[in-house]
Write a protein of this length. Structure first.
Length: 217
């Protein structure tokens, strides 16, 4: 959590640094979305079992805020958290419950906004993601094998984005947004005697599809 706080401070400092550089011409856009987080996952095998890690999807609320540097360029900070059930696929552990973990992936993107027919504003973005993992919940299946905990390394990676804002009345807007986020971690499996059973590299790489409303101010 300490690393997450540091990353958040750095991201916020970046926004205000760009704001100062841009002068007083910028505008803010705050959005509230409902997002589907659908991992495009892959992993190494778990030990010598031949089984790999499967990460399920989640549907959660998300908040983001954008500072428009000028008419076209904007910086967007995205904040949400999701929880994912883990299971084994293939091999000796096929179908086994591997527990669940919460994911906190704040993402900062630089967007270019187009204008079509006045009220339609599609945009493209690329940015930086920092992801931490917390509140791992151990499954009975792993506990029966002598596992007491799984720890997850934090992740940094790039994020790509495409979306559109559709202007409504009184500064309100509709938003549709799709992101692909590079998230990878190493899961370290710890036994009840403190021994490390295995370390498994897992690529989560979710597609994040969101729809919501926003307000310009």
């Amino acid at each position: 959590m300490k690393k997450f706080c540091v990353a958040m401070v750095l991201m916020i400092m970046a926004i205000f640094s760009f704001s100062a550089y841009a002068g007083n011409g910028g505008k803010w856009i705050a959005r509230f979305r409902l997002i589907s987080v659908s991992p495009d996952d892959s992993s190494d095998a778990i030990g010598n079992t031949g089984s790999k890690v499967d990460v399920d999807s989640d549907f959660v609320p998300e908040f983001d805020i954008t500072y428009m540097l000028n008419e076209h360029w904007g910086l967007e900070l995205i904040a949400a958290t999701s929880e994912h059930d883990l299971s084994a696929k293939g091999g000796d552990l096929n179908g086994a419950d591997l527990g669940s973990v919460k994911v906190l992936p704040p993402t900062l993107t630089l967007n270019y906004h187009f204008t079509l027919a006045e009220k339609y504003h599609p945009y493209l973005g690329i940015g930086f993601n920092y992801t931490s993992f917390y509140n791992y919940d151990l499954s009975n299946d792993l506990a029966s094998l002598g596992v007491t905990h799984i720890s997850y390394d934090t992740s940094t990676g790039i994020a790509g984005q495409v979306g559109i804002d559709i202007d409504l009345k009184d500064n309100w807007l509709l938003n549709f947004d799709v992101k692909y986020i590079d998230i990878s971690t190493t899961a370290t499996i710890i036994l009840n005697n403190g021994e490390v059973l295995d370390s498994v590299d897992v690529d989560i790489n979710p597609w994040v599809i969101g729809f919501g409303v926003g307000y310009r101010f």
